[in-house]
Design a binder for this molecule. Structure first.
Ligand code: S3P
Length: 175
């Protein structure tokens, strides 16, 4: 087993900041799938969508998942909101779904000091009605893919990281 922890969940739920808090707490390193894709393609996610389309981005996500499977262990992996669909997800490590309701996620983004930038860089957050539908479509898939689910509303990234550690420990002891 690779001992990775993979964070999945909808855009803006806090996968990146939680991954960093979890890394600081455990001494593991953290990597972010979208950052890996951006550096490998030498393009921003937004530009990849605009230039090559979403299908191409999904292929890059899949090849990143393969690279992670072959190359990474004992690492916290934060992923993009659609990464749960990669074929080898379960092979990457323990899957942790971070949950908040759609309206709560929007509220968190809107009240962030960098709200405008956070929305601008996410192609699938441009039309909020479509984003809401996407959230509803994905919810059960996130839950099916996950080993554990953490409700993040009202918690800091550090508190979420602590809950993840507790839940994973509990799961280990049950085995
Ligand atoms: C996407 C989420 C984004 C990014 C891309 C597509 C999605 O990542 O991977 O824009 O399909 O939900 P975040 O979840 O970090 O915003």
């Amino acid at each position: 087993m690779k001992d990775n922890i993979v964070l999945i969940g909808f855009m803006g739920v806090g996968k990146g900041r939680t991954a960093r808090a979890l890394a600081a707490r455990t001494g593991m390193y953290a990597v972010d799938c979208d950052d890996l894709i951006e550096s490998m393609a030498n393009m921003k996610i937004k530009a990849i969508f605009e230039t090559f389309g979403e299908g191409h981005f999904r292929k890059l996500e899949q090849s990143t998942a393969k690279w992670l499977e072959d190359s990474v262990k004992s690492t916290v992996i934060s992923s993009g909101g659609g990464f749960y669909k990669v074929r080898n997800l379960k092979k990457l490590g323990k899957i942790v779904y971070l949950h908040a309701d759609f309206e709560e996620i929007l509220e968190t983004i809107r009240t962030d000091a960098r709200a405008e930038k956070k929305i601008r860089k996410r192609p699938l957050l441009q039309d909020l009605d479509k984003a809401k539908k996407l959230f509803a479509e994905r919810l059960s898939y996130y839950r099916q893919a996950a080993d554990i689910e953490i409700a993040v509303t009202g918690l800091t990234a550090e508190q979420v990281a602590k809950e993840i550690c507790t839940a994973l420990d509990r799961k280990k002891k049950k085995k």
